[in-house]
Design a protein around this ligand. Structure first.
Ligand SMILES: Cc1cc2nc3c(=O)[nH]c(=O)nc-3n(C[C@H](O)[C@H](O)[C@H](O)COP(=O)(O)OP(=O)(O)OC[C@H]3O[C@@H](n4cnc5c(N)ncnc54)[C@H](O)[C@@H]3O)c2cc1C
Length: 411
């Protein structure tokens, strides 16, 4: 297999796609284009151990390994600005690249609020550069206000506390994380903030950012004024697809993500997508979705990379989604979907700092959330993949049986 493979986005999905293409026997040229100047690195530590200064940036492969083992032509610090699909050309801010196959792996970028003033101390977190900036600001005694009680906002609050700062988390919703884990579990997890000394203010947003050169305080919709040395806007991320706007590719009407089929193929010939940027019909759950988690980006890109170089034998991608989050020394894990008829904590409680919750629809387990139960979550993932019922899940929860899974079942 030869030709020219171009991958735009030099992070987890981009790298995994390259690795999969080579593993499938592709011996043509591969160009990896990334807007950041860094080699592909692991993003989850940025809000956790990297922010705490406990670890250095975790680069997946050295430059030599990328060039020599994977035969990649690296174009870092270079941003794709357009796709001329009729010519099969990616246009960057420096050059143009012709492709036979293209993989879009540009991920997502933090959402912002229109009208936020340009004041020092107001930040978002997505990249190493963002984390370095935040690390300088979050010093002992600093007053850190985090807008958005999602996973990343909550992890930043937890790290800020650990660094000796004062953390306040705000969220416009009455219960946070509802889309990710449902109302009951969202409420249970939110209670970890006050239990660990972080102030949590729900149903409230920032109405005004006040400061001269740097942020000084925020005025809230509940009338309160909070002094602030740092404000983190953590209200989610949107697919980074601005560069595709005039390409003719199908983009999702709501969030601009790239619309793919079950093979991670886009509406344009020879063009695939993977990772945080991609919507696709997930047969494992019968739902069309876009996920923003590490495991999906890695696994989905492996399929997209293989398919991009083996167009005559396309493989579908289906998965029971899985993500984790770490706050206040607690490990939160979730598998499946929170879209369910009922949710029940079947063991433990948030006060015990250990629980298992099942999400059930028509007696089929479709999701599970755990706090500090790492061994059970992967078995529950297999229960969901098998389409098994509540009883099978309860056997695992109660330790009575191992998941009865046929060898090789997709999880
Ligand atoms: C702070 C933080 C903590 C996280 N923690 C967890 C966690 O605990 N558990 C979990 O499961 N997931 C976590 N995630 C999510 C996980 O990191 C992402 O799902 C994963 O990084 C997605 O990989 P990706 O390659 O699709 O996108 P990204 O990692 O976003 O990479 C996209 C790359 O494309 C580049 N790019 C964008 N536009 C262009 C362009 N026009 N031209 C060239 N390059 C471009 C970007 O600069 C970036 O380098 C976390 C994410 C963040 C930001």
């Amino acid at each position: 297999m030869s030709g020219q493979l171009v991958v735009v986005g030099a992070s987890l999905a981009g790298l995994r796609a390259v690795e999969a293409a080579r593993k499938a026997g592709f011996d043509g040229a591969i160009t990896l284009i990334g807007a950041e100047t860094h080699l592909p690195y692991d993003r989850p530590p940025l809000s956790k151990r990297y922010l705490l200064g406990e670890v250095d940036a975790d680069v997946y492969r050295t430059e030599d390994a990328l060039r020599e083992e994977l035969g990649v032509e690296l174009r870092l610090g270079e941003r794709a600005i357009a796709l001329r699909a009729e010519d099969r050309v990616v246009v960057t801010d420096r050059d143009e690249y012709r492709y036979d196959s293209l993989i879009i792996a540009t991920g997502a970028a933090p959402r912002t609020i229109p009208g936020v003033p340009d004041l020092a101390g107001i930040v978002t977190l997505r990249s190493i550069g963002d984390a370095d900036r935040l690390r300088e600001l979050v010093v002992p005694g600093a007053r850190v206000v985090i807008l958005g009680a999602g996973f990343i906002g909550s992890e930043i609050a937890s790290s800020a506390k650990k660094l000796g700062a004062h953390a306040t988390v705000l969220d416009g919703a009455p219960v946070p994380l509802v889309r990710a884990v449902g109302e009951e579990i969202g409420g249970a997890l939110a209670s970890l903030h006050p239990a660990n000394g972080t102030r949590l203010i729900l149903g409230t947003v920032i109405e005004e950012f006040v400061g001269d050169d740097a942020i000084r305080e925020v005025r809230l919709s509940n009338g309160e004024v909070l002094p602030a040395d740092v404000v983190v806007i953590g209200i989610g991320a949107a697919p980074a697809t601005g560069w595709l706007r005039d390409s003719g590719i199908d983009l999702d009407a709501r969030d601009g993500g790239v619309v793919c089929d079950e093979h991670m193929q886009t509406s344009l010939p020879g063009v695939f997508a993977a990772g945080d940027v991609a919507h696709w019909p997930n047969r494992a759950l019968g739902l069309t979705m876009r996920l923003e988690n590490w495991t999906n980006a890695a696994d989905q890109a492996a399929v997209a990379g293989r398919n991009a170089v083996t167009p005559d034998s396309l493989a579908p991608y289906a998965t029971v989604p899985y993500f984790w989050s770490d706050w206040y020394e607690q490990r939160i894990q979730f598998v499946g979907t929170a879209t369910a008829d009922s949710v029940e904590i079947v063991a433990g409680s948030v006060d015990d700092t250990r629980f298992v919750a099942l999400f059930v629809t028509d007696d089929r387990v479709v999701g599970a959330a755990t706090l500090n139960e790492p061994r059970k979550i992967m078995k529950l993932r297999r229960v969901i993949a098998d389409g098994a019922g509540r009883e099978a899940a309860l056997e695992i929860v109660n330790g009575a049986a191992r998941a009865r899974t046929p060898e090789g079942a997709t999880a």
